[in-house]
Ligand binder design. Structure first.
Ligand SMILES: [Mg+2]
Length: 365
């Protein structure tokens, strides 16, 4: 869409819902294993190594959160239970949720397995009130999966995303065009979606602490200091965000990595460790109907030195087997190793829509 068309579309008042599952991975584990219910739980990591991928609300009460080193998490919460992630299950639940969304609108933009933006301005049920749609969707998710979702309803993506946090867990909130600008003014900028810790720190140095502070800075000032993000910050400071919900959004790459419990010195151990990563990135491709041409293996050694090794194919990888072969070859080439391997990662890039590949085949045969 051209910038003009995007701006025109943005001027029409839209109804956007941001749906966000509550403590998704941890809630799925508690759903499937009654012994874990009501207990502090970390998905991913282990007692000794790695990082927490997701924490249950019981664990969050102790200050445990995702991306926290496991060792820190265990110190904060000595009773913390670590369970390995089951991405195949999370993906299947995610698919169920997306099917529910699709009953309401084709304009679905997933952000991850557990979050999506929906544009329900024109919806398939002909419903007027977006908060009613959000309630129905959350009830349908609960009925289908047993899991709680929260939702934010607003007139753009930024505010819908901010709103979904307001009554979490298992709640929803609406930010109307009338109260949007005031909501933003009162919000600390470090809580803004799109302002990470580094940007928040930079804003702090510039004396920008709240939305109201941000609103006082000119567009030129914001472009000077934040480059391409300047216009976005200028807009959201006023509660304006004209980004469309893009159902066809395709990521350019997908990666997974994992830290070993003990440094790996031999190929067999490393190959075992890399298998879940291969399966994870391949499943992403299958779930999202994309395929990749480039495979990159990342190796971090015990001394934290890091290397990457890549291979590109002329055509998108056609099978899990093909991916396994390439990763095995890349991995084998780094052995023997004098230094222990601390972490391995697999990234697929040059992603393409798999449907394009299928149609090529149709014309060929
Ligand atoms: Mg979530």
């Amino acid at each position: 869409m051209s910038e003009d068309a995007e701006r025109d579309a943005g001027e029409r008042l839209r109804k956007i819902i941001h749906v966000d599952m509550d403590a998704f991975y941890a809630s799925v584990e508690q759903r499937d294993n009654p012994e874990l219910r009501g207990r502090p739980l970390a998905v991913g990591g282990s007692e000794a190594r790695g990082v927490v991928a997701a924490a249950s609300y019981e664990a969050r009460a102790f200050g445990v959160h995702s991306a926290m080193p496991s060792i820190t998490a265990k110190r904060k919460c000595p009773d913390l239970i670590f369970v390995p992630p089951r991405f195949d299950v999370y993906r299947a639940v995610s698919q169920e949720i997306r099917e529910i969304f699709a009953e309401y609108t084709p304009l679905i933009e997933p952000l991850s397995l557990d979050e999506a933006y929906l544009d329900v301005t024109e919806n398939l049920k002909g419903m007027e009130i977006a908060t009613d749609i959000a309630s129905q969707i959350r009830a349908a998710i609960k009925a289908a999966t047993g899991l709680n979702a929260s939702a934010g309803i607003s007139y753009n993506k930024f505010l819908a995303k901010m709103a979904s946090d307001l009554n979490k867990p298992n709640g929803q909130a609406v930010i109307t065009p009338k109260n949007g600008p005031a909501f933003v003014e009162n919000l600390p900028v470090k809580k803004f979606h799109g302002v990470g810790p580094a940007t928040a720190e930079k804003m702090h140095r510039l004396g920008i602490e709240t939305g109201a502070d941000l609103k006082q800075r000119s567009l030129d000032f914001l472009i000077d200091h934040f480059g391409k993000a300047g216009p976005y910050f200028h807009g959201i400071a006023r509660g304006i965000d004209n980004r469309q919900v893009r159902p066809d959004r395709v990521r350019k790459s997908v990666g997974a990595e994992d830290t070993f419990r003990q440094d790996a010195f031999d190929y067999e151990l490393a190959r075992q460790g890399v298998q879940p990563l291969i399966e994870k990135v391949w499943s992403y491709c299958e779930t999202n109907s994309v395929s990749a041409k480039t495979v990159t293996l990342k190796v971090k050694y015990a001394d934290f030195n890091q290397i990457t090794r890549s291979r590109s194919a002329t055509a998108p990888l056609a099978s899990l087997d093909a991916l396994e072969q390439i990763v095995s070859q890349l991995l084998l080439a780094i052995f023997p190793t004098a230094k222990g391997i601390r972490l391995l990662g697999v990234t697929l890039s040059s992603l393409e829509r798999a449907s394009a590949r299928a149609s090529t085949q149709l014309t060929l045969f």
